[in-house]
Design a protein around this ligand. Structure first.
Ligand SMILES: Nc1nc2c(ncn2[C@@H]2O[C@H](COP(=O)(O)OP(=O)(O)O)[C@@H](O)[C@H]2O)c(=O)[nH]1
Ligand SMILES: [Mg+2]
Length: 257
């Protein structure tokens, strides 16, 4: 009886039509998780405007849980309300897209919600971006960083104009068509130098594994530790390129161990 009913359902797995969709072998990729409706969430929890360090610390600690859960990303770039998680050859779930997108987004959502302690649930959307070379990895990071810089400027401008009494509808009119220099000038007149805000607000934070050595019983012991870098250079600069190339080299070295 039981056997016949299981026969009745045996065609159903065939309807899981996306379950075998995979990221191509040996292709590196970023998983970009973006906070879902974080504008509303940040207002509800009364996050500090335009940037809240506790909020950002929770994004960073959520990213760290991926290392702790053994996913082994090469790096995670945290900026605004997004996490950009880079996987080189060693990717989880045999590269199955449904699994990668759903499990990692759920883990980050849970970790972030628990960290916030505000009794408000958070969710993240998730997408995969393939990157075919180290140059493309750097180009992708530079794009996210440039996007964050633009958001940073707009967020300060919005916050300052609100503070001095503009209505939200007037602000978009006031800011529309302003060139970057004009925006900087306007902010400067209101006491904010956009080039001197905390570096993490302008450039984001990078998480990656770093190799530390220490002496123990006359032996040199090597240990991998997660490093948080809150003072990033521009990814388009010489220092930025050097930093990313060094991290990629270390990540490849770690995989061979
Ligand atoms: N107040 C505050 N808001 C933040 C902070 N970080 C992110 N946000 C909000 O999150 C939004 C992220 O942008 P976007 O993803 O386009 O908006 P979403 O669709 O509402 O998630 C920003 O526009 C801010 O409103 C923060 O540190 N403080
Ligand atoms: Mg968002």
């Amino acid at each position: 009886m039981q056997e016949s009913s299981s026969n009745k359902y045996k065609h159903l797995p065939k309807h899981e039509i996306f379950s075998k969709t995979c990221i191509p072998p040996e292709t590196s990729f970023f998983l970009r998780l973006d906070g879902w409706k974080f504008k509303k969430l940040s207002e509800t929890i009364k996050a500090e405007k335009p940037f809240d360090k506790e909020f950002t610390k929770c994004l960073v600690s959520s990213g760290k849980t991926l290392f702790e859960e053994g996913f082994n990303p090469a790096l995670i770039y945290v900026v605004s309300d997004e996490l950009n998680i880079l996987f080189l050859n060693a990717a989880p779930f045999r590269r199955r897209i449904e699994k990668v997108n759903s499990v990692l987004a759920s883990l980050i959502s849970s970790a972030f919600t628990l960290c916030l302690k505000k009794e408000k649930i958070a969710a993240f959307d998730s997408r995969i971006v393939t990157v075919s070379s180290d140059e493309k990895i750097i180009e992708y990071l530079a794009w996210r960083q440039m996007n964050a810089w633009r958001n940073h400027n707009n967020a300060y401008a919005y916050w300052i104009l609100r503070k001095i009494g503009y209505a939200p509808s007037e602000i978009s009119k006031r800011l529309r068509g302003l060139k970057t220099e004009e925006l900087h000038q306007l902010m400067f007149e209101h006491g904010v130098n956009l080039a001197r805000t905390p570096q993490w607000q302008r450039r984001g934070i990078l998480l990656y594994k770093q190799l530390f050595t220490r002496k123990s019983h006359n032996q040199v012991v090597k240990r991998w530790r997660i490093n948080e870098k809150w003072d990033l250079p521009l990814f388009t600069s010489k220092d930025g390129i050097k930093l990313i190339k060094g991290i990629l080299e270390l990540a490849r070295q770690k995989r061979k161990e």
